[in-house]
Design a protein around this ligand. Structure first.
Ligand code: PDD
Length: 279
């Protein structure tokens, strides 16, 4: 693979980042994951906008314009011959002698991008539906910022795997916030789609925004509010959204089937409508 590091396109085994990088030492960095379909970036504008917000909230600088970022994304797609997959972008506060205090303002940020080939449309997980467990949301209280502090989501996913499930839905005060790396939804018996409202408790998903727009276009009812674990257990269907999974039905929660235990019609419809709209 060819990766991008601080202005240069290099083979992945020649890429170098300092051991003093604050991303490495303090998880002092932010990231974005953009999907690629038919060699084209999906919703790049949305990811750029959210990246700027994450950077702003953490007072981090980045000397590349949206146009520069788009050109780098496209170059990596071309060089790595990506038809379907993802592009990962990470920006950190750069390298400086270890100190909790931010380094001087003229410290250049570290910018890294790489690609991942992955079939996104023909997804085995989306076809069979994911099993989720619920666990306490022990993340910090600024989940609206897409930081590289991903240890807790990683532990949550490991706990899910250990229990024979695919993912963990995180729960704060009895209410689901989101999945370990996706936004979470249920569908109630009257067909209403319920998903947590935007706040610092969740990441404002770029896919979430687009999928809710698809749902509105289809005249589906939407409620943006917290839902409890009990409501999820009694839902007729459930699903999650993310750039890497699009729409993935959830068929089991804490070992109990959701609805009839099969991918539901709302999730299945939204998945195909979303893919058709974005590609
Ligand atoms: N995760 N919530 C969390 C905690 C996430 O990490 C993500 C994305 C989302 C969905 O956001 P979007 O629709 O913009 O991808 C929600 C990415 C895909 C990841 O970490 O790989």
């Amino acid at each position: 693979r060819t990766v991008y590091v601080n202005g240069a396109y290099v083979p992945e085994d020649q890429a170098k980042v300092s051991v003093f990088d604050r991303g490495f030492l303090f998880a002092d960095g932010v990231y974005e994951v953009t999907s690629v379909l038919d060699g084209k970036l999906i919703d790049f504008g949305g990811h750029c906008k959210r990246l700027r917000r994450s950077l702003g909230e953490l007072e981090m600088r980045l000397d590349l314009s949206d146009e520069d970022l788009l050109a780098i994304h496209r170059e990596l797609v071309a060089r790595n011959d990506i038809d379907e997959g993802m592009i990962y972008l990470q920006v950190t506060r750069g390298a400086a002698d270890r100190d909790f205090v931010f380094p001087p303002e003229d410290t250049p940020p570290t910018v890294v991008l790489f690609t991942q080939k992955k079939p996104l449309i023909e997804s085995a997980l989306a076809a069979r539906g994911q099993k989720v467990i619920t666990i306490e949301d022990k993340r910090w209280s600024r989940c609206d910022i897409k930081t590289v502090q991903l240890l807790y989501p990683s532990l949550a996913k490991m706990e899910a795997k250990a229990k024979g499930a695919d993912d963990a839905w995180l729960v704060r005060d009895g209410f689901v916030t989101e999945g370990s790396s996706n936004n979470a939804y249920i569908v109630t018996s009257d067909g209403t789609i319920v998903t947590r409202d935007i706040s610092s408790a969740i990441l404002s998903g770029i896919t979430r925004q687009a999928v809710l727009e698809c749902a509105r276009d289809l005249q589906m009812k939407i409620e943006e509010r917290p839902f409890s674990v009990e409501e999820a257990e009694n839902a007729v269907e459930a699903f999650s959204t993310s750039a890497s999974g699009f729409v993935v039905p959830a068929v089991e929660i804490d070992g109990k089937p959701i609805g009839d235990g099969k991918p539901g019609p709302v999730a299945t419809r939204l998945r195909s409508v979303y893919i058709e709209k974005m590609r």
